[in-house]
Design a protein around this ligand. Structure first.
Ligand code: RAT
Ligand code: ZN
Length: 412
């Protein structure tokens, strides 16, 4: 049994030391140079910050998009760090990145950050940043319909082994005319009608990509209106191509539900929003396909309780992370407590969604802080009830939440 104060130390030290698997990011290895994103200007022009800066500055979005990236960064800096105090989650994140690089942002300003962060990352720099964040490896978001990205895979570009692949199927499932045109162009005989033969070609395409990139899972994001089963292109592609290939290859399918894309198109990448979605499609998928595995995250706060309850019913559902607008101190704490209370330590506690390499630093610092508080409280209750907790128990649970639950599920 831990003495008073000792318990908090066990948790703090275990969470600080754990090597994280960051199971959903938008990062690329340095060898994918046209896609790799790092450095101060990219940190400042994160779409989370663009939306916040637009609330303060008077610049019309069209004018903003015409600026070069350094000028956009200067403008965002002025709005969020000069005219106001950087209190939001994303703005505080910039300050925490600066701190990790020993930059006093208040005094040295954006120039200080520009001097320390590398805009064209080398493998040494990428490893350094991942190590600063205590991240062992990251999972990318790999789009087989992206021309630039496809070229890297087709050339067999070697990559830093800390970057795992995930096959992202948004274009296939959410924009069938574009997917169909590109599939046909790449030599898959797929007509617009999606008959039996076309479906076999989609399966061939998926298998080719599994062989090419060796993904650890398939993924797609869907709107709040997502339904399944459904007599639609998406419904049929899921049932007849994606789920069978996932089963055959023993790969989980990650479902990211509840995004309303482009509610304000003038904001471009910053113009997406969220809405409450239905749990019924997830229940239907998990029940009808017990041999498939589903990594599931929802974007609205309102869906979190239902998701945790649904995960109690189906062992083939793994809830993961607090996605995008939920990745705030308040909501990560609430959602992690809720999940622990309903399913114990059997979920993936967080993913970073990093778009810029240095993001992993602040995202994981924040995740660790919240997890420390949440777990300390829960362990205290357990000890108060007479449970003889050990330091090893704490270390095991933390490892499961931050990495092992994900890998066990992938390899199951
Ligand atoms: O969090 C984000 O950066 C979003 O823009 C999305 O990328 C989202 O995470 C997604 O994967 O669709
Ligand atoms: Zn994402």
């Amino acid at each position: 049994m831990a003495a008073q104060g000792e318990l908090a130390t066990w948790v703090r030290e275990a969470v600080a030391a754990v090597r994280v698997t960051d199971m959903h990011t938008h990062l690329f290895p340095p060898s994918f140079s046209a896609l790799q994103v790092s450095g101060a200007d990219n940190v400042l022009t994160y779409h989370y910050l663009i939306a916040e800066a637009m609330r303060i500055g008077q610049m019309p979005p069209t004018e903003f998009w015409d600026l070069s990236t350094p000028l956009q960064a200067d403008w965002i800096w002025e709005q969020l760090f000069e005219k106001t105090t950087p209190l939001s989650e994303a703005a505080l994140g910039v300050v925490q990145i600066a701190q990790a690089f020993a930059v006093d942002l208040r005094r040295e300003k954006l120039a200080g950050l520009r001097a320390k962060l590398e805009a064209s990352a080398t493998d040494v720099y990428a490893d350094h940043v991942l190590d600063l964040a205590g991240v062992d490896s990251v999972v990318m978001t790999n789009d087989p319909f992206d021309e630039i990205e496809r070229r890297y895979w087709e050339q067999g570009t070697p990559r830093n082994p800390r970057f795992h692949a995930a096959l992202r199927l948004d274009v296939l499932l959410n924009d069938w005319p574009r997917a169909q045109a590109q599939l046909s162009h790449s030599g898959y005989h797929v007509g617009p009608e999606l008959g039996e033969v076309d479906m076999a070609e989609v399966r061939r395409f998926l298998k080719d990509w599994v062989a090419k990139i060796k993904p650890v899972y398939f993924a797609f994001s869907a709107p709040d209106t997502f339904a399944f089963p459904e007599d639609s292109v998406r419904g049929r592609l899921l049932a007849e191509a994606i789920l069978p290939i996932c089963r055959e290859q023993r790969l989980p399918l990650a479902l990211m539900i509840g995004v309303r894309r482009q509610v304000n198109p003038s904001l471009r990448s910053a113009g997406d929003s969220t809405a409450k979605a239905s749990m019924l499609p997830i229940e239907a998928l998990a029940r009808r396909y017990p041999d498939n595995k589903f990594l599931v995250t929802f974007l609205s706060r309102e869906d979190q309780h239902e998701l945790a309850v649904t995960a109690r019913k189906f062992g083939n559902i793994m809830p993961f992370g607090c996605w995008w607008f939920l990745n705030t101190e308040t909501l990560v704490s609430e959602i992690s407590n809720l999940r622990l209370e309903l399913i114990g330590p059997t979920f993936v506690i967080q993913h970073s969604d990093a778009r810029v390499l240095e993001h992993v630093i602040y995202k994981w610092r924040r995740a660790r802080k919240v997890a420390t508080d949440v777990l300390t409280h829960k362990y205290q209750l357990l000890q108060d009830a007479g449970w003889d907790l050990t330091r090893e128990d704490v270390e095991r649970d933390v490892k499961q939440l931050f990495s092992q639950n994900f890998w066990d599920f992938v390899k199951r």
